[in-house]
Design a protein around this ligand. Structure first.
Ligand code: 5GP
Length: 341
């Protein structure tokens, strides 16, 4: 991983150190800047998007943010979060000078907001997914980083940005959520050190943790109940499947964003090595979130279906009804576990 490759048309840096000059060269020569992250936004996507937008405003830029989905309730305490416009609030003919795309391995991951990237816009791509397809003019990839929040913090340090408490809170949220509350293997000494520095800068760890994990709406609790009721164990208890149907959303009154993190329950069970949450999007579309332990590479499984993610957490969308998707995924997971035995 630690190498620097300069291509003819774009800059690719796969290193822990930010390509500070290349990023700043694009930002310095741009006024109107769009900051975007991925569909179904999580804490890293939202926290880092807000922090980056705050930094760019601080240095005098005309900053725009965008989202293609609802922001999960648990992140709505973050400063500025209610001002992120939906993609359809834009007319589509705005001409941005540059776009900072965070935590997206490819441009499809920003959803319909992709249509805003026109008119020779210069793209900065900052990500920690191994499968990033280098879509930017400047591409900074650090697959060792716990989160894009951690990477952004390193960039802010080089920029000499004195991080205000609201931004410390946003970046702490990004790191805390993408490390699974400082639990995943990606929880490096540096990630912990940065979290400590963010606390010094004003992030309140208890407040943030409580907002994200212990401040559920009644509809979310009801949805958790329904989804847990669907639990299935297969293959001698090594595979756990959960199902989320549109009917579950309608009877609980929950919206789709309230399902963020539900897939994690699949790995709460002793003996489970691979888990999947199957979400019914419509009669012929199923979204799948995978989680795994040990040597099961769910990023590779998701990639076979046009998705992606990390080794132990990934996702993809299948153009088939939920029952068919469940059968197909179960077979694939069973085969994968057998292959490793
Ligand atoms: P989650 O299951 O929490 O939604 O996502 C787990 C990981 O997989 C995240 O890194 C997320 O960005 C990635 N991921 C989820 N769905 C997709 C997808 O459809 N395409 C790609 N490329 N990555 C995905």
């Amino acid at each position: 991983m630690k190498s620097k490759v300069t291509q003819k048309s774009n800059i690719v840096v796969t290193d822990a150190a930010p390509p500070y000059e290349a990023i700043m060269a694009v930002l310095d020569s741009s006024d109107k800047i769009l900051v975007a992250s991925h569909l179904d936004p999580d804490g890293d996507a939202i926290g880092t998007q807000l922090a980056f937008a705050a930094f760019l405003k601080h240095v005098g830029k005309d900053v725009y943010t965008v989202r293609d989905n609802d922001i999960p309730f648990k992140y709505r305490f973050l400063s500025g979060v209610n001002e992120i416009p939906r993609f359809d609030a834009y007319r589509g003919n705005e001409l941005f000078d540059a776009a900072v795309i965070l935590e997206c391995p490819n441009l499809s991951r920003i959803g319909r907001a992709r249509s805003l990237l026109n008119g020779g816009i210069r793209v900065i791509n900052i990500d920690h997914h191994r499968d990033n397809d280098l879509f930017g003019e400047v591409n900074w990839l650090n697959s060792e980083a716990s989160s894009v929040g951690e990477m952004t913090y390193e960039l802010f340090q080089l920029a000499g940005y004195s991080i205000p408490p609201a931004v410390a809170e946003q970046l702490y949220t990004a790191i805390m959520t993408d490390t699974g509350r400082f639990r995943y293997r990606s929880t490096s000494p540096r990630a912990m050190e940065i979290a400590g520095e963010l606390i010094e800068a004003g992030a309140d760890p208890q407040k943030i943790c409580d907002h994200v994990y212990y401040n559920l709406q009644p509809s979310t609790m009801k949805l958790i109940g329904k989804v847990l009721n669907s639990i299935e164990f297969h293959h001698d208890g090594t595979i756990c499947l959960l199902t989320l149907t549109k009917e579950m959303l309608s009877v609980t009154g929950a919206d789709e964003s309230e399902s963020d993190g539900l897939v994690d329950y699949t790995l709460f069970n002793a003996g489970v090595r691979a888990g999947a949450l199957l979400k019914e999007i419509d009669a012929n579309t199923t979204k799948i979130s995978f989680r795994s332990k040990d040597g099961i590479n769910v990023a590779a499984i998701a990639a076979r279906f046009g998705g992606g993610g990390h080794y132990n957490a990934s996702g993809c969308t299948l153009g088939m009804p939920i029952e068919e998707a469940r059968g197909k995924m179960l077979k694939i997971l069973e085969k994968e576990i057998d292959r490793l035995e």
